[in-house]
Design a protein around this ligand. Structure first.
Ligand code: AMP
Length: 173
């Protein structure tokens, strides 16, 4: 048995959303209140330790884990979203995926210069999404003091793309 209740609940979905990908489905964790609470509280300990003064959530599952942490710690919560979703002035970063590319955006007033930001997502795979989010924070003059996720797919080496950033993951595969 793993250290977290969530570990036995994460469901592998082979060949989703495309052949060759094993999708880590976290919805059973969300449906299990004790497992969800345990995971959020463990992530929250790491955010508190980081000394962050703003929490950044990555669309969309980063919102699920990030908002209860921001609420509980009394931190501002800001969002990184896919292109075309944010209505106000924004900055954009384009990054390569295994196939094709993706663009993420943040509102220009989301981070104040000098703010210490901690970034949250559900899962770290290649690190492309996290790296783009770091560039958004830094592009607005903020400092990234940590990245946290529930699941890390260690075999994809995402950490190597996030050099110099402290990474907290609860469950590694
Ligand atoms: P990456 O940019 O490669 O680190 O991918 C991380 C982002 O894609 C996160 O927002 C994840 O939610 C999602 N993701 C990537 N791979 C998987 C996977 N195998 N299962 C579930 N989500 C994934």
């Amino acid at each position: 048995m793993g250290a977290y209740l969530a570990e036995s609940l994460i469901r592998d979905i082979p060949d989703f959303p495309q052949p060759g990908i094993i999708f880590k489905d976290i919805t059973p964790v969300l449906q299990h209140p004790a497992a969800f609470r345990e995971a959020v509280e463990a992530m929250m300990v790491n955010v508190r330790k980081s000394g962050a003064d703003v929490l950044v959530g990555i669309e969309s599952r980063g919102f699920i884990f990030g908002t209860p942490i921001a609420y509980e710690l009394g931190l501002p919560f800001v969002v990184t979203r896919k292109q075309g979703k944010l209505p106000y002035d924004r900055i954009s970063i384009n990054y390569d995926l295994e196939y094709g590319s993706n663009t993420v955006e943040m509102h220009r007033d989301a981070i104040l210069p000098g703010q210490k930001a901690y970034i949250v997502d559900d899962l770290l795979a290649t690190g492309g999404t996290a790296s783009a989010s770091i560039q958004l924070v830094e592009g607005l003059g903020g400092h990234v003091v940590g990245f946290g996720c529930l699941i890390e797919l260690s075999f994809l080496g995402g950490r190597n793309n996030l050099k110099g950033i402290s990474i907290d993951s609860l469950i590694a595969f």
